[in-house]
Design a protein around this ligand. Structure first.
Ligand SMILES: Nc1ncnc2c1ncn2[C@@H]1O[C@H](COP(=O)(O)OP(=O)(O)O)[C@@H](O)[C@H]1O
Ligand SMILES: [Mg+2]
Length: 240
């Protein structure tokens, strides 16, 4: 598929979405926005503005208080508990704190994500190995997460998130604990994935990172999204 064609398919759609926590504070109010397949979005804004909440609404970690969120053409509020695992299989999730299982090797952390979808152990481990090589951790297959740096752990988390070949990758402050070098290394993995067709929504408050890449920036402000268009970034090479 050509990128132009992919861009016109809505992968996530917010319609009149309101989100209120029990305190009554409106995180979102009448939010309307469509995310298109194949695109790369930065979701930005200061701490507390609602980045994590917006991602949660997409993967059904939260339900809307009002309005509708559709993902892959389906109203997420109609996804039953028994359907949630298969619904989420088409999404990869990456969090700031990685959420790896400390007593499992890097290889098993990644393989497990495929194993639980019913793929046999040998195939799961082979594909996990391939992905760990891709993220540059081919020499650490048997390392346990506590033996690795934050950047290495985050690369395991990416391998784990993409092993089910998700259509959509949601990343919540994935570079939050990383130095600049590791952050850009991680970004190059996200870019590669995006070029292969995975849509990406990456929440960050790191404005330097956002400015270095030519992707659409969605700024959250007072419960709404303000989109600034993707720009052709003449500064970009300075970061490599
Ligand atoms: N479980 C919760 N209960 C009540 N309020 C919450 C909860 N989670 C987040 N909030 C509030 O919702 C707002 C948005 O939070 P969040 O989505 O975590 O923002 P961000 O990720 O941009 O820092 C904040 O005001 C926060 O205090
Ligand atoms: Mg957050």
């Amino acid at each position: 598929m050509f990128p132009q064609q992919r861009q016109s398919v809505e992968i996530v759609k917010f319609e009149h979405v309101g989100l209120y926590y029990s305190s009554g504070h409106a995180v979102f109010y009448d939010l309307n926005y469509s995310f298109f397949a194949g695109a790369f979005y930065f979701l930005t804004g200061p701490s507390g503005v609602g980045k994590t909440s917006l991602l949660k609404l997409i993967y059904r970690g939260l339900k809307t208080s009002e309005g509708k969120v559709s993902v892959f053409g389906k109203d997420v509020n109609t996804v039953g508990c028994s359907e949630l695992p298969s619904f989420r299989q088409r999404m990869g999730l990456v969090f700031q704190d990685c959420r790896l299982i400390d007593h499992l090797s890097a290889l098993d952390n990644v393989a497990l994500a495929l194993r639980i979808t019913g793929t046999d152990t040998r195939r799961s481990r082979n594909y996990a190995k391939e992905l760990l090589h891709w993220v540059g951790l081919g020499d650490h297959l048997n390392s346990l997460p506590p033996q690795l740096s934050d950047g290495q752990k985050q690369r395991i988390a990416i391998a784990r998130a993409v092993i089910t070949r998700p259509l959509l990758l949601l990343a919540d402050e994935p570079t939050g604990n990383l130095d600049a070098h590791s952050s850009y290394r991680l970004m190059s993995l996200f870019e590669e994935l995006n070029k292969m067709g995975t849509s990406i929504i990456l929440a960050t408050h790191n404005q330097a990172l956002v400015s270095a890449f030519p992707y659409v920036e969605l700024k959250l402000y007072q419960g709404q999204i303000q989109a600034s268009p993707a720009f052709s970034n003449q500064y970009r090479r300075e970061f490599y």
